[in-house]
Design a protein around this ligand. Structure first.
Ligand code: PEP
Ligand code: MN
Length: 338
């Protein structure tokens, strides 16, 4: 970290802050210019609140050099993290496709959709049983019955399953039924929940909150990893911007940025980003070309009657077309889709 003192700082003020930092175990490297007094602070600033230094009135700016995340950081582990879920490996040169309905509605519904997406080459079955809905009057999910259906159908088609966990009290239930715990955008900074996930060894797919920076997202992943669970998958699902043509704005730039900063796999959710089924294919192709480790796509055989997110759900035929294009695209990239 580098500290720039205000022009008019007195030697006493400079000594006061430097002594403060030394008392915290840091080393000071002074650089006295003609106009400004600047000094470097050397040591592990990971658990130090750098903003607290603005409480010294003589401080003009504090520049952090070291990223605040450690376990997530590619500087600490250069190889890509591979997450194994039954026979599927996420990360590295694999392109993993997760697909299924937004919500589990019935056994028949999940069966029809799972059969179709499996035949098209999807690896993992998605389906929500506890739904984070904006309105308390809309469908909230089937709860445990939904998880049971998802697990049964996943086994029938030999697909691991991913479902959203909203409440730490549901962890025992999810351990029984679910292979990848999805943490939704709305819970990305539910630190009490993240700490509980750190105690597990289940893969966690952590979605980016719609108003969160990449660094905040990586810090949430750090919470899980700091607790001891290194099986974290990141999922970009679009962020809030001023643009109303899409439900959210898919931040494609997260792929190269996160790949540079972290060794964790990145999955893209074009469905929640777009909000419209007819944008999903383009966003999927852009994500694969941009280096994503996989996609999670909402599919429904009767989207007109879906109990949630029908507008952004692909019909099985459209999903099949997308899979063929995705497969063609992987041939010109260093990726394999099966
Ligand atoms: C979902 O996957 O159905 C969902 C609600 O996602 P998000 O948390 O990204 O809104
Ligand atoms: Mn949805």
């Amino acid at each position: 970290m580098i500290i720039k003192m205000k022009k008019q700082s007195t030697p006493e003020q400079i000594e006061k802050i430097q002594n403060h930092l030394r008392s915290k175990g840091f080393e000071i490297h002074d650089s006295v210019g003609t106009t400004y007094h600047i000094f470097g602070v050397v040591g592990d600033t990971g658990s130090f609140d750098t903003r607290s230094l603005y409480a010294f009135e003589s401080v003009e700016s504090v520049i952090r050099i070291q990223e605040p995340f450690k376990k997530v950081n590619r500087k600490l582990k250069n190889e890509d993290t591979l997450i194994k879920v039954k026979k599927v490996t996420i990360g590295g040169d694999n392109l993993t496709i997760m697909a299924g309905p937004c919500s589990v509605e019935s056994k028949e519904q999940v069966d029809v959709i799972a059969k179709a997406v499996k035949e098209s080459g999807a690896h993992i079955l998605r389906g929500g049983a506890y739904k984070p809905r904006t309105s308390p009057y809309t469908f909230q999910g089937l709860g445990e019955d939904g998880l049971k259906i998802l697990k049964d159908i996943g086994e029938k088609y030999d697909m691991p399953v991913v479902s959203e966990l909203m409440d730490k009290d549901h962890i025992p239930l999810f351990l029984k039924y679910v292979d990848i715990f999805q943490i939704g955008a709305r819970n990305m900074q539910n630190f009490a929940l993240l700490k509980e996930l750190g105690k597990l060894d289940k893969p966690i797919m952590l979605k980016r909150g719609f108003s969160n920076t990449i660094e905040e997202w990586l810090m949430s992943a750090e919470y899980i990893m700091a607790g001891g669970n290194e099986n974290v998958i990141l999922c970009e699902r679009g962020i809030r911007t001023f643009e109303p043509y899409t439900r959210n704005t898919l931040d494609i730039s997260t792929i190269p940025i996160v790949k540079k900063l972290s060794h964790l796999p990145v999955i893209i959710d074009p469905s929640h980003a777009a909000g419209h089924w007819d944008l999903v294919e383009s966003l999927s192709m852009a994500s694969i070309a941009g280096g994503a480790d996989g996609l999670i796509i909402e599919v429904h055989h009767e989207p007109e009657n879906a109990l949630s997110d029908g507008a952004q759900s692909l019909k099985p035929k459209k999903f099949d077309d997308l899979m063929k294009k995705a497969s063609n695209l992987t041939q010109v990239l260093d990726k394999k889709i099966s």
